[in-house]
Design a protein around this ligand. Sequence first.
Ligand code: BEZ
Length: 212
Amino acid sequence: MATLRLGDTAPDFTAETSQGTLNLYDYLGDSWGILFSHPADFTPVCTTELGTAAKFKDEFDKRNVKMMALSVDGVESHSEWIKDINETQNTLVNFPIVADEDKKVADLYDMIHPKADNNLTVRSVFIIAPDKSIKLILTYPASTGRNFYELLRVIDSLQLTAYHKVATPANWQNGEKVVVSPAIETGEAKELFPKGVEEIRPYLRMTPDPTN
Ligand code: BEZ
């Protein structure tokens, strides 16, 4: 299949998961979604990632984001592994993990990179908007665990910039000043952002977070 790119429609699928058979689109409904793959069950980095994801579930819920994880191991393996994750990471895994034994979903989302590993999924992340378009794609190697603070930060940026004519600068954190979209004239920006527009250069205009 062709490589997925930003703006493409997230391919729908129905798969066995640790919470039964699920269809991606039905599961997401009108929510945002995050689909993330792991190389394998009972591996150390994945164990910490899934434990962290479970601890962050409230934060994803606040942002109306549903999580779905995936590895190419089976449902029984997932069930045993979830017990281990709960015990070792002191949490409760509270989202489904796809059991992608036939690699159907991994193929759909191009999660197997043969030069990294022929059989195991890399650490892919797809953030999916309510209209099912793909808003973010990240790929990490097996040896590097993902930063879930960064995933929340980028979701904050995606949700803000989806509804306001702004962009978020380097290292931006929720609540900080944002960049006025380059597509807007400064005169129009001053009307759109009554809290003020600071014109550092004609192409670099800052404004307070319009939602605060
Ligand atoms: C891990 O999750 O710890 C891992 C998985 C595959 C290769 C290396 C590390």
